[in-house]
Design a protein around this ligand. Sequence first.
Ligand SMILES: Nc1ncnc2c1ncn2[C@@H]1O[C@H](COP(=O)(O)OP(=O)(O)OP(=O)(O)O)[C@@H](O)[C@H]1O
Length: 294
Amino acid sequence: MLSVKNINTYFGKNKIIKDVSFEINPGEIVGLVGSNGAGKTTIMKTILGLTKFTGEIIFNDALITENKHGILQNVGALIEHPAVYPFLSGYENIQLYCETEDEIVEMVGLLNMGGYIHANVKNYSLGMKQKLGIAMALVNNPELVILDEPMNGLDLESTILIRNIIKNYSARGTSFLISSHILSELQKIMTNIILIEHGCVILDKSIDEFIDNTKLKMVTSDIKKTIDILNENNINFELKESYLVISAHDVVLTQKMLVSEDVYILDLENNSINFEDKIIELISSEKRYENDQL
Ligand SMILES: Nc1ncnc2c1ncn2[C@@H]1O[C@H](COP(=O)(O)OP(=O)(O)OP(=O)(O)O)[C@@H](O)[C@H]1O
């Protein structure tokens, strides 16, 4: 549905997005994660044809360029702050995007905005404005919804509500590209993760692949001999003080090799760190790599 190929985005002479490629398929909820200034908003703006870029963005077989965004009528978006008219009511703001009254009424009910939808937006709180922006992104049955920090300013009840709405839309085939600083929040809904640092994609995986990459701590009856056996069989490992760390998918082979050499696994336990720690580890190793290149 969306294919982003070798995108480079410049602000002046600065290349902000560097050779970024990824795909989004129907029903996927793709979490766009990265440090402040990594380029998340710029990627979203580029997809929406709001920046100058080189490379190719194809949405449903149609090319998106800076000057050609007709196809984007099937894309809903909330980027940075909701673009709303403060002297119109929330209802009137949604009307500018959606002509079907029934759909507006349904959306207002879905987002629980009935209490204030006819008040002028200038009197809305941050969270109320945010919900209005999300409503505007979701109307007209978009195939793809791009949300930049959608949970900004939302209270717990609204956060849970929006999370459930996103899951329901995705189950019906709508795709989402969502950035958020609250990883634990994204973790509850995303089906795929794209990690971006300094304008480059450093990870693009389904959540199942990401989580399955489990590491195990292994203690054996003879650590020295184990290291030799692992090296001989090209099995990757890390040596820690009193144990080795291996990938879960190497366990069966490792066990076979060790037993044939009379070495026994004495202890095997999960060494996987939590989701947030994994992301931080990836970002830190990317920064270490960049420092080494300097
Ligand atoms: N209009 C602009 N002109 C010049 N530089 C810009 C402009 N917008 C963004 N940048 C630069 O592009 C880089 C990426 O910014 P971007 O807003 O895409 O990051 P982000 O990942 O969304 O950050 P955050 O998490 O803080 O919102 C930053 O270095 C920023 O300073």
